[in-house]
Every structure is written in C-alpha cells, then in structure tokens.
Ligand binder design. Structure first.
Ligand code: NAP
Ligand code: MG
Length: 483
C-alpha cells in the first residue's frame, strides 16, 4: 500500500441470513418450481450465493391464478386507506432491513455498496412511501371519480437496479388496487426474494404479490398468459418489441421502459468542475448499467481539450474493486454476457477509428470487470455513438453551435434522457425544449424522485413510471363511477 492509498473497508456480510435455496413466492408462500433450478452468483467473485427455482408455464399460471383470486376476493374490496397502510408498512420494513438489502444487492449485482446503501435502497423506501400516500387519493389522479384498477399486472424487470425496479413496478400497482406477478432478472433474483420475506412480515394478504424467478421463458409465459390485464416491462428494446407484438390485439395494457443513448451536453460556459463530476456520475455510476446513462458526451469544441484532460485526471482517481468495500467507485459488471457485449462494442470503437483511453487500474483475477473507458474522436456514424453499450464507456463527440448540439443529441433512435451543462438559464431552457428525451437534467445528472415521471420517446419505449403519471398507468377511468 502506498501513501494515500485506502485501507480496505469492507461492509460485513454477517448481516445476511440467506437460505441455501429459494423457491417461487406464490400465494404468500415459498414453493418449489417445476423448472430446473439455477445458481445465482456474485459477479465480483463468481462464487455461488444460492439456488433459485425456475417457474415454468404451469407455475406462472398458478401465480396468475393466485393474483386473480387475491384481486377478486381481497385487494379490490379493501379501501384505498387500507391498501395504503400495507404500503407504509412495507416502506418501513425496507428501511428497517436497509443494510441487509444493500449488502444483498451489491453481492448479487456487483454494484458498489455506497450506491446500494445511499441510493438504491433509500429510493426503494421512498417509492413505497410516495405511492402509499396516493392509495386513498385516486380521485385526484386525473381520471375522474373512483378510477378502477386494471386487475392482475405482470411485471418484468432487468438486473441493473433489481430492487429499485421492483419498487417502481410494485408500489404504484398496489396503490392503484392491482395485484401483481413479478419476474426479476435471471442474474439478480436475490433482493426480490428478500422482499418476499418482507411481504410476509408485513402480513400482505396472500396472492397480492407473487414473484416468479427464471429466465426469459418465464417472462414470455407471463406475457402470453390470457388472464393478465397489464404488462409492465423494463429491459432491452429487442425484448420490448417482441412483447409489443405478443400483446398487440389482446386488450392487455402495456408500458415499456427500454434502452437509451443519452447525450450529456457541455457548453463552454458550463461550471467545468461540476460538469466533470456530472459527466463521471452520468456514465460511471452503476458501471454504466443505467438505461438513462449519459453515454454520449457532447462537448463544445473550444473547451474539448480542457474537459478531456480534467476528465482523465478525475477518472484516474476512481477506485475499481470489491463492491462491498465502502471506498469502491466502480464495481463488477453484472454478468459474463454483459462483459462480452461491452468488449465487442469497445473493440468496434477502436476498429472504426476512435481513440481509446482508460486509467491504469488493477483488474481483480476472478469475476467480471471492465476499466472505465473514454473514446475521443467519435463520429456520429460509429457504433459506439449509436448503440447502447450499457457499460462504463463514454463516447465523446464535439459541437460548435447549440443547433449542432441539438441535432447531434437527437440523432439517435432512443429518447430517454439528456443533460445540459451551461451557466445560462435561458440557453438551458431553449435547448431542453428541443431535445427529444423524456427527462432532461440541467447542471446535474441521474437524479431520481418518486414524484417525478420517468420514461422515453421513440425506441426508449412508452408510458411513464413515477409521479401521478406512473399511477395512472395502473388505472382506468370509471364512467359514472361512484365512490
Ligand atoms: P432484457 O434481456 O430485455 O431483460 C429484461 C427482463 O426481461 C429480464 O427479466 C429478462 O429475463 C426478461 N426477458 C428476457 N427475454 C424475454 C422475453 N422474450 N419475454 C419476456 N421477458 C423476457 O434486458 P437486460 O439485458 O436484462 O437489461 C438491459 C436493458 O434494459 C438495457 O437495454 C437497458 O437500457 C434496459 N433498461 C431500461 C430501463 C428503463 O427504465 N428504461 C431500466 C433498466 C434497464 P432474463 O434476465 O432471464 O433474461
Ligand atoms: Mg437478458
């Protein structure tokens, strides 16, 4: 250890009380699945954590039946105020078990503990508190008096924010009066199963939330099930497209939260130190496994060299390594499959002529790792400027005028988010107005709040999560509805 190196500061795993194997969570109980169980691992070490059940079509059917029965007999008959009490209880239990959930999330996903501890889990609690408050106020959701729940919601989530995506899906669905069957991602089922324990602790009526683990086929079975009224999906654009085809004409409601290729635009009058922090947070937070990541830096030409120099200096101070170490900035990539995809796209970046740079950093021997990387001299036609890399890789492009920045930012099939860094409020507002992105951050990046709607344009999907908009995605108007 040299001068100014940090000593290891690992968060203890002793708080975890994991079972060697987990079943499906159906009708309030853990049950065996009919599919072949699989092992869930820590991507930082490749060690196994637990055996996880796989739900086949029959298991998914049982889960949907449980959700339907719970909807008909219990959940649809409760008052909003009573549903709210369950949501408040869940939120408080998440807070009580926050440290345990943070450790489990970092272990199974690979993200740094400081992120799961300070961002993921607090936001999970915030989401349940926020929607708990809505449960008895549905008359004010903007759909007229006494809007109706849709019924059974099938929800499919990705691996990048496992418990937070669960909260984004389950909290508004339950507040609006729906029951749920949720499928976590194959590589990150652990916190969803700990959440199932929390539901037992909260005495949530059996069947109101069911969790079916497994791979893509389990998700497909849920999407195809005829008794599901609504599908909410977060994941890749390709799978989203397939789901849109499968549900077309079935009467199922659908929301899709898909990929992104956000532009983070730095003007020459930007507060440069803040902008550097924002650019780093924009793409290196959560190893860049963020759908709204600022993966394209658009920097005004006259400050390009200064920005790149400062960015390289800042990247040299990032610490890559053990996700459970409290000093870690960059954790493990979630899976070998994702690592291979990052390697393939970065190799294409070099082959197409962009210049690649990474700070010197030690890569651990086991597990899946990728050093933070920036590409300069990127052209809009390069694959690394067009395709979602979903890793700690920043593509830098330049512009001279606001017009050019707007044109380049919008030159993507996606439209999820964008960032603008400038000292002038008038410029920020004028540019934001013309960006085709669901969320535009100004002089900040990657900020989330349960009251604020989030979602995309174009190939980034449709529908919004968060806020009143996220609530109405689980409601239908009730013409002539009486309270
Ligand atoms: P993915 O392959 O589309 O998987 C998402 C979820 O769908 C997983 O639970 C997956 O199960 C399941 N699935 C896979 N094939 C399916 C099918 N044919 N039918 C139904 N479900 C299926 O995406 P991913 O690779 O896990 O996640 C990365 C992508 O998600 C990125 O493109 C990212 O931008 C996007 N994303 C978007 C948002 C947003 O809010 N807009 C948030 C996070 C991520 P398995 O895990 O078993 O494959
Ligand atoms: Mg997948």
């Amino acid at each position: 250890m040299s001068f100014l190196d940090y000593a290891p500061a690992p968060e203890s795993r002793a708080i975890l009380n994991l079972r060697p194997s987990y079943g499906l969570f159906v009708n309030g109980e853990f049950v065996d699945g009919n599919g072949t169980p699989f092992t869930t691992i820590s991507p930082a070490t490749e060690e196994s954590i637990a055996e996880i059940a796989t739900a086949d079509d029959h298991d998914v059917d049982l889960a949907v039946q449980a959700a339907r029965t719970a909807y008909d007999r219990v959940w649809s008959k409760l008052s909003g105020a009573d549903r709210g009490k369950y949501l408040f209880r869940i939120a408080r239990l998440v807070q009580e078990r926050a440290r345990e959930l943070a450790v489990a999330e970092s272990l199974n996903n690979g993200k740094p503990i400081k992120e799961s501890r300070d961002l993921d889990i607090p936001l999970v609690a915030a989401w349940f508190f926020y929607y708990a408050g809505w449960a008895d106020k549905l008359d004010y959701a903007g759909l007229g008096a006494a809007p109706r729940a849709l019924g059974v919601a099938g929800q499919i989530i990705p691996w990048n924010f496992p418990l937070l995506m669960l909260a984004w899906k389950i909290a508004p669905a339950l507040a609006a009066g729906n029951t749920v069957v949720l499928k976590p991602a194959e590589t990150t089922p652990l916190t969803a199963l700990l959440f199932a324990e929390i539901l037992q602790q909260a005495d949530l009526p059996p069947g109101v939330v069911n969790i079916v683990t497994g791979a893509g086929a389990t998700g497909q079975a849920l999407v195809r099930h005829p008794d599901v009224d609504k599908i909410a999906f977060t994941g890749s654009t390709n799978v989203g497209r397939e789901i849109a085809r499968t549900t077309a004409g079935t009467g199922k409601r659908l929301t899709l939260e898909l990929g992104g290729k956000a532009a983070n635009i730095v003007f020459d009058d930007a507060p440069i130190d803040q902008a550097i922090e924002g650019v780093v947070n924009g793409i290196f937070f959560n190893q860049g496994h963020v759908c709204c990541a600022g993966s394209r830096l658009l920097v005004q030409e006259n400050v390009h060299d200064e920005v790149i120099e400062r960015l390289k200096h800042r990247l040299s101070t990032l610490r890559l390594g053990d996700p459970l170490d409290k000093n870690t900035d960059i954790g493990a990539v979630n899976s070998r499959e994702q690592l291979d995809r990052i390697k393939e796209l970065t190799a294409a970046g070099e082959a197409e002529g962009a210049e690649r740079w990474s700070p010197a950093c030690e890569i651990p021997a086991n597990g899946f790792w990728f050093a933070p990387t920036i590409f300069t001299g990127v052209q809009s036609s390069h694959r690394i400027a067009r395709e979602e890399i979903f890793g700690p890789v920043l593509s830098v492009l330049t512009f001279r005028t606001p017009e050019e920045a707007i044109a380049k930012a919008n030159n993507t099939p996606y439209g999820l988010s964008a960032g603008i860094w400038s000292d002038k409020g008038s410029r920020v507002l004028a540019v934001a107005d013309r960006l085709k992105a669901g969320v535009v951050w100004s002089n900040t990046f990657n900020r989330f709040d349960p009251a604020s709607p989030f979602g995309g344009y174009k190939e980034s999907g449709y529908g919004r999560e968060g806020g009143k908009q996220g609530l109405t995605a689980y409601l239908a108007p009730n013409p002539g509805g009486v309270k």
